[in-house]
Write a protein that binds this ligand. Structure first.
Ligand SMILES: [Cu+2]
Length: 700
């Protein structure tokens, strides 16, 4: 006795929602406010829509008109963007670009027609508010449902940190692998040696091309959530029923592997649109993607649906049915030492988490399209949507999606770039405010070659359009709004430029976007507007390139040493000091300009005093990163002295690091440091001027 629950659900909404006007107009009104939450035993002031995290499920039928009012009760402005939804440009919700922000204490009403069906979501597009709780789900029902099922569930996956998101970003700016100790993903030389020759080869090849070891995620989260909870039991769905699961990855920066202990899942929609049905054992959701699957709850037991963060740092559970509990077996933590160079994502076994399959070698630089892994290779374990470029290889649209071949095609290479030194993410090494909009013309086909030159996955999202992912499915290439681009790989997407005005185009990792990995795609020809004087540009210039300040101070038996430094994307100030508690000191204070990932210029003063004399000079020079990640510094001072200095750091174990430097004046230092935590470090070593000693270091 099948019924289409969505129809019932919708009626419920219509009955329950005040403000339903003329037939087909679906109205909602919600407050956005601070909310006291306690998710992991620590009280935190979050932000929430309608007092809930995630916010309410907003439902409408195809061809309805949605009218949604938000009242912002907070003391800061906010915004709501409708992720994946085709709508008029001024309803898209990107503050200052398409839509005004929702002012503190103010209200804003969105109104747009529902022109397509599917599972979508909405979230704040202001600062890092999305990480704080401003997100919810959006379901556009088709009154003529193509699939049969007894019930449906919207499952919103997300990540949670008790820390202020701003503090999280500051930590990442200090060290891009700041959270690896917390996540237990430190990549040490001990680990390299334990994993043998392939790991050593990996590490050396990476270091040779000046790439640090990779990780699958940046942030060390305190919890992963499904519908706001780490674990919960569903009571509405009964054993034996077929259930449609609307899976939404509403995380700020996490990818999830989803598995169900009750059997295979039948994939029916991707990013809201119908795809050829297929059976999957495990589904990988990149940040901001949605997938719809149908599962059947076995008759006699309770089964777990588990969403595991792909870096293995945690999971969330949702239990379906009644009876003895059948858990999903824990997923093996990916061995990051063995992915990367050389194995090109082709070596895999059933134990390998899907997330690992995105990793190709350092060697191919993401440009060799022939390195795509054939789809068939992924079939055996069910996760055909994971792996190399081919992570979407089996995904086929239900309807042909090819464009009229007579339309003109504009092809754009866009490199996905980043700098680990300052945790700066960018396209073509330029951040949002360092380059003009991407200009396109109406009615052409726009093809982007997304060339990932970094060691991370990037979920790339285009507002206001669906694009074809050129995955080998020919005319049936799937339409998506968000696509994962694996490390050192290339993904090509194309869309019909049938809209108007400006649309945001960015990495949906919140911290990457915030650090600059974003662009505006504009239908306005160059010269017909002034991007640099637009409110949007000025807003991002003022709000999106803050200065970060840090201090390391060590008190050791033989010396006081430390560094105070501050930087924004391109500029930096640094003071380095050593002092022997007597009459010997060495202080450099410089301004530094970062020109490329590997190259910086600096100028400042050097103050030095030893037993015999005082030497104060004006200094200038360059920093350049050499292969094997060795920092070189060439400096000249006002006395006409040239000096070359080399330095590097080796992470020996999870907590033990070794730093060395040497210069052409035959000064050198070898220093060990042991991290008790991220603030307090035991340190000691030998310096050619200050001799040996030990103490501790405090990091602010
Ligand atoms: Cu990214």
């Amino acid at each position: 006795m099948y019924k289409f629950l969505c129809v019932y659900a919708l009626r419920l909404i219509v009955l329950c929602t005040p403000g339903i006007g003329a037939a087909g107009v679906v109205s909602y009104e919600f407050d956005i406010d601070y909310l006291d939450v306690d998710i992991t035993g620590k009280p935190v002031v979050a932000m929430a829509i309608d007092g809930k995290i995630p916010g309410p499920v907003i439902r409408a039928n195809l061809h309805d008109r949605l009218k949604i009012t938000f009242n912002n009760l907070m003391e800061v402005e906010t915004s709501i963007h409708w992720h994946g939804v085709l709508l008029p440009n001024d309803q898209d919700g990107v503050p200052y670009l398409t839509t005004p922000p929702i002012a503190a204490g103010g209200s804003l009403t969105f109104e747009y027609p529902v022109t397509h069906t599917g599972t979508y979501w909405y979230h704040a597009h202001t600062g890092l508010q999305e990480q704080r709780g401003i997100y919810g789900s959006l379901v556009f029902h088709n009154p003529v449902e193509a699939h049969q099922y007894d019930g449906e569930l919207v499952l919103v996956l997300s990540d949670w940190t008790n820390a202020q998101p701003g503090a999280v970003l500051r930590n990442l700016k200090r060290e891009d692998d700041y959270y690896s100790l917390k996540k237990d993903t430190v990549q040490s030389w001990r680990g390299v040696l334990q994993n043998g020759w392939p790991a050593l080869e990996n590490r050396l090849r990476g270091a040779w091309i000046r790439m640090g070891p990779m990780d699958l995620a940046d942030v060390g989260y305190d919890a992963f959530l499904i519908n706001g909870k780490q674990s919960q039991r569903d009571t509405a769905i009964k054993n034996g029923e077929r259930v449609r699961l609307r899976l939404i990855n509403a995380s700020a920066s996490s990818y999830f592997n989803v598995e169900f202990s009750g059997g295979d899942m039948t994939l029916i929609e991707a990013d809201g649109l119908p795809v050829m049905e297929e059976t999957v054992k495990r589904l990988r959701l990149a940040t901001a993607e949605t997938y719809d699957v149908i599962v059947e709850i076995p008759v006699d037991k309770q089964h777990e649906l588990r969403a595991t963060a792909t870096d293995g740092s945690g999971y969330a559970s949702y239990y379906l049915g009644a009876g003895e509990t059948v858990p999903v077996p824990p997923m093996a933590k990916p061995n990051l030492y063995l992915v990367g160079h050389g194995n090109h994502g082709r070596e895999r076994d059933a134990e390998t988490p899907a997330g690992e399959h995105n990793l190709a070698g350092h060697g191919n630089h993401g440009r060799e399209r022939d390195d795509m892994t054939p789809a068939g290779e992924h079939m055996s374990h069910g996760h055909k949507h994971a792996g190399g470029m081919s992570e979407y290889a089996g995904l086929r649209s239900k309807r042909p999606t090819a464009f009229d071949t007579r339309r003109k095609t504009r092809e754009i290479d866009l490199r996905l770039t980043g700098s680990m030194e300052r945790y700066t993410w960018s396209f073509d090494n330029k951040t949002l405010t360092e380059v003009d909009k991407i200009r396109i013309n109406q009615s052409e086909i726009v093809r982007f070659n997304l060339i990932n030159e970094t060691m991370m996955n990037h979920p790339i999202h285009l507002h206001g359009h669906f694009f074809r992912v050129l995955n080998g499915a020919g005319d049936y290439a799937p339409l998506k709004h968000t696509v994962n681009v694996p490390p050192l790989n290339t993904v090509t997407i194309e869309f019909a430029a049938d809209e108007e005005k400006d649309w945001f185009f960015h990495c949906h990792n919140l911290y990457h976007m915030r650090s600059g990995m974003a662009r505006v795609v504009s239908y306005t020809p160059a010269g017909q507007d002034d991007y640099r004087n637009s409110r949007f540009y000025q807003y991002h210039l003022e709000n999106n390139d803050p200065w970060y300040r840090f201090a390391d101070t060590s008190f050791q038996s033989h010396m006081l040493a430390g560094r105070l430094w501050a930087f924004n994307r391109r500029n930096g100030f640094a003071v380095d000091y050593d002092y022997d508690y007597g009459d010997e000191y060495d202080v450099d204070a410089v301004y530094e300009r970062q020109l490329t990932r590997f190259f910086a210029l600096y100028a400042g003063v050097g103050l030095e005093r030893d037993e015999t004399d005082i030497d104060n000079t004006v200094i200038a020079g360059i920093h350049y990163t050499l292969p094997l990640l060795i920092d070189s510094e060439l400096r000249i001072d006002s006395d006409g002295h040239f000096r070359l200095e080399l330095a590097s750091a080796l992470q020996l174990t999870d907590r033990l690091r070794f730093n060395w430097d040497w210069n052409t004046e035959d000064e050198y230092r070898a220093q060990f440091s042991w991290e008790i935590n991220k603030q307090i470090v035991i340190t000691g070593g030998y310096d050619s001027d200050f001799k040996s000693g030990a103490g501790f270091e405090y990091r602010y």
